[in-house]
Design a binder for this molecule. Sequence first.
Ligand code: NAD
Length: 355
Amino acid sequence: MVVDGAVFASASFKDHEQVVFCNDAETGLKAIIGIHDTTLGPALGGTRMWNYENELEAIRDVLRLSRGMTFKASISGLNLGGGKAVIIGDSRKDKTDALMQKFGEYVNSLSGRYITAEDVGINTHDMEMVKMKTDHVTGVPISMGGSGDPSPVTAYGVFMGMKAAVQYKFGTDDLNGRKVMVQGIGHVGETLVKHLTEAGADVIINDIHMDRMEEVAAKYQAKIFAGDVFEADFDIYAPCALGATVNPQTIDRLKASIIAGAANNQLADEWRDGTTLKTKGILYAPDFLINAGGLINVNSEIAHYDREESLRRTENIYDTTLEIFRKAELDDITTHQAALTIAKDRISAIKAARN
Ligand code: NAD
């Protein structure tokens, strides 16, 4: 990607306003903060800690994730811009309080242009550490006056989006007896499993950690599938781990007729893969639309946290998802394009009004 100095022209570097590299030898912190677009407000997005194969993979991830946040905030009607951060390392082994505090110092140096929160590998305790160095942080523990872990609200929104997809596809939003594969049963995945079990769905779970699968399976009577998920049979695919799991290799083998999950950037290539899904009649609930519950929740923490209001706004994801499906059908475009158009139009309208 970053070949011959071609950063600004690269495919991932799509209109980003600022990218910050954070390097601290003492704590071992290696982080990248991506600020994509602040037209609607300060860039808010979680921090991901992941053991990337190489640094370019981390750069690509932060660029894709921060861009997605711009459209997530916009389509959710929030006055927030798009940003995200990644910390390079294994969260189970390399994460320390000192490292998170140092990261907080870097966030603080941006004077509020970027506000952080939780993502993969990061929890409320980590946000407590960040809070020691900056006020530009959300998802802080409830005991400290914050909104706590955003993932239950994210899971609720995903559940709403999935129900809307089932309604659109089958004419009823009843999940009773539907076979759902939840891939990645971390913070969001586990709560999604809970909602699905309560709704009577036949839930199959998959994760890279067997201990997690056994724990969640025992709690909710879900079935464990330890192999390649695309070899399994199910009606609904809920990607709740990392992105890019929907690509030419997997679409070909996917037997489900609906994709609705929490993971960011599920489509490896949004235009190519979105079009293939449309052609094959697989209904895709756009990720940045249905996983916005957590963002809605942490946004509420900035002014005055109101959980009921956050849940009510998150419930609206059901209606918005249906609207997007109708628009996509009417305009003969992919569901991803339909959602993106609405998100981009709002940003353009605000820009035009300002000018
Ligand atoms: P998490 O770290 O709590 O959980 C991720 C889970 O995925 C872990 O259990 C991990 O072992 C598993 N996993 C990783 N790679 C896998 C693979 N290849 N196959 C199967 N399982 C795998 O993260 P989370 O907060 O639950 O977030 C999950 C996804 O949802 C991420 O893509 C995140 O960006 C997205 N998301 C999260 C939130 C939120 O509120 N936490 C909000 C919006 C979007």
